[in-house]
Design a binder for this molecule. Structure first.
Ligand code: SF4
Length: 234
């Protein structure tokens, strides 16, 4: 599995896929991504140290993802990321977290003092019925400003039955109102029961994608089969 890459389009940054002790939520109906985990912190740290050794600070910006939330990484890994940021002059670090960790984010920002933290939420959609009734995201909140309160960026998931051109446009426009940047992921077939809907994906490709292809605030991952690094659109 590839765990390090440079993103050279749109917001240039290095990206690492680290391993943690596993997603504490694990209930998202579309996700089998949480299988990349290990209960042993020492083994995780050994792997993460090796992945992080690739980071050269070229863009002054680093994105850290793991199969779950940043709060499921071991403390030695977090300390090493902070050390690398200081040594390599990395001023901005992106992490992801589930909504349930909202109250812990300020603590993380303080731990990384000196570097700006950009926290990304796996929101998937503002449509409460789809998000909670079908996708089971575990965000029991309707108001966008409350949802966005602790977060700077958000992931959206398109290509699912029930979505339309208008709902996708609404999600993107709302996302851009409440977050600094958003990332649109297109549903790919995986081992879960949530299947990609080809007609919704066609609507996205033909009518939505052309509008945001050049937008610097929108990353679009169409074939997110590993961690999507190669697919961020121009
Ligand atoms: S999408 Fe994220 S929070 Fe949801 S089960 Fe997968 S890893 Fe966990």
């Amino acid at each position: 599995m590839e765990r390090y890459a440079k993103i050279t389009e749109k917001r240039k940054r290095e990206i690492v896929l680290l391993r943690g002790r596993g997603c504490a939520y694990k209930k998202c109906a579309f996700c089998d991504y949480h299988l990349d985990m290990c209960r042993d912190d020492a083994e995780n740290f050994n792997l993460n140290r090796s992945v992080l050794s690739n980071v050269d600070g070229k863009y002054g910006e680093l994105e850290v993802i793991n199969s779950g939330s940043v709060f499921e990484l071991d403390s030695e890994t977090l300390a090493l990321i902070r050390k690398i940021c200081r040594e390599k002059h990395i001023s901005t670090v992106h992490f992801e977290a589930h909504y349930m960790y909202g109250d812990k984010i300020q603590e993380l920002r303080e731990f990384f003092c000196g570097a700006q933290i950009k926290m990304k939420l796996g929101l998937e959609t503002f449509d409460y019925a789809l998000r909670e009734g079908v996708l089971k995201k575990g965000i029991d909140e309707i108001e966008p400003d409350i949802i966005a309160k602790n977060f700077d960026e958000a992931n959206f998931l398109f290509g699912i039955k029930g979505q339309t051109r208008d709902t996708m446009l609404y999600d993107i426009e709302s996302g851009l109102s409440y977050f600094e940047r958003i990332c649109v992921n297109i549903m790919c077939k995986n081992s879960t029961g949530i299947l990609p809907d080809s007609s919704v994906i066609s609507e996205f490709i033909n009518f939505v994608y052309p509008i945001y292809r050049e937008n610097e605030r929108v990353d679009i991952l169409i074939n997110n089969n590993d961690f999507g690094v190669g697919d961020i659109t121009k």
